[in-house]
Design a protein around this ligand. Structure first.
Ligand code: NAD
Length: 309
């Protein structure tokens, strides 16, 4: 399969690219390198540096490809509060631009990385895809808009599309050093450097954490299985509170004697809980997450000090 991976120089994208190449697929990456890094990409990948929301750039990148996995986005809820227009341009317009490029290039399949954030503060746990979305941040709105564009392009133009609602993805190489870093890299980096890990809010909020290797399997299956369309949850199906996660990070790092955690303000746009119902992904894609959290965290810890963490 000839795959275009937008955002392929990012955290999830670079794992996907490596696995896809290892399985004999041909891979092209389109990335503006705003968060991604060219050094993350292995030999044999064609990198086009450019903005996915630019129609001509996306169209050129899509030429000749069989499937597009669209990961390029301005990630993170807090970033979207600081820069909603930039988030919308890159994410909403970026998704439309990719769908339009696929339509004209004749690519048979588009897989979009959506997000569990589209559910907002739902009370349905585990959360099935039938739960009415209620986004609570510009980021979540932009992800839901991408899903709708994908559905409309399928209905109007016969493009085969699937949006995967990714829950909280973690694993080796996830940056800890940007202002919008996620929980796991922040905690592990703090423990590694002897700094106090910061817990926002009271720490009882809980997250469904899914290992990047499991997410890569879901993305590759999704790219191949054209008959599976619509939206699917991609999570572990389990939820862990932030304080329990910190304690597990202490265990896997062996740094239980470090400084006490510091309290940070509750983040606006944060939801109390996420937990995926993954029945549909299991039934339709034959996918479920297989990496136990403690094992995945230990492997992420051991991958330090990589230049990425
Ligand atoms: P990331 O920031 O590491 O990767 C995103 C990549 O997209 C980066 O390489 C960046 O340079 C590139 N990019 C951003 N804007 C672009 C633009 N306009 N044109 C071209 N490239 C652009 O993030 P990630 O964690 O690898 O996330 C990948 C995708 O998965 C994103 O769509 C994100 O919204 C989604 N997602 C991630 C998570 C998670 O927990 N990491 C959860 C839910 C959804």
């Amino acid at each position: 399969m000839f795959l275009l991976v937008t955002g392929g120089a990012g955290f999830i994208g670079s794992h996907l690219v490596r696995t896809a190449l290892g399985r004999g697929h041909r891979v092209r990456v389109l990335d503006d390198l705003s968060a991604g890094r060219a050094e993350r990409l292995p030999e044999g990948v064609e990198l086009q540096v450019g903005d996915v929301s630019d129609g001509r750039t996306a169209a050129a990148a899509a030429v000749g490809t069989d499937a597009i996995v669209h990961l390029a986005a301005r990630r993170a809820v807090p970033r979207s509060l600081d820069a909603p227009l930039d988030t919308d341009r890159a994410n909403t317009h970026g998704s439309l631009s990719v769908l339009e490029a696929a339509r004209h290039a004749g690519a048979a399949r588009v897989v979009l990385a959506s997000s569990s954030s589209v559910y907002g503060a739902t009370a349905a746990f585990p959360t099935p895809e039938t739960t009415a979305p209620l986004p609570r941040s510009p980021y979540a709105v932009s992800k839901l808009a991408g899903e709708h564009y994908a559905r409309v392009y399928q209905e109007l133009f016969g493009l085969s599309t699937l949006s995967l609602r990714l829950f909280n993805v973690y694993g080796p190489g996830q940056p800890a050093d940007d202002a919008y870093a996620q929980l796991v890299p922040r905690f592990l980096a703090a423990l590694g450097s002897g700094a106090a890990p910061v817990v926002h809010g009271d720490g009882t909020q809980s997250r469904d954490l899914v290992h990047v290797a499991d997410v890569v399997e879901a993305l590759l299956l999704a790219a191949e299985r054209h008959e599976v369309t619509g939206v699917l949850n991609v999570g572990s199906g389990r939820s862990i509170s932030v304080v329990d996660l910190l304690s597990l990070c202490h265990t896997v790092s062996g740094r239980s004697q470090g400084p006490q955690p510091a309290s940070g303000p509750r983040r606006i746009g944060d939801v109390p809980r996420t937990c995926a119902d993954t029945t549909k992904a299991r039934e339709l894609l034959g996918w479920s997450a297989t990496t136990p959290l403690e094992e995945g965290l230990a492997a992420t810890w051991s991958a330090r000090p990589s230049p990425d963490l």
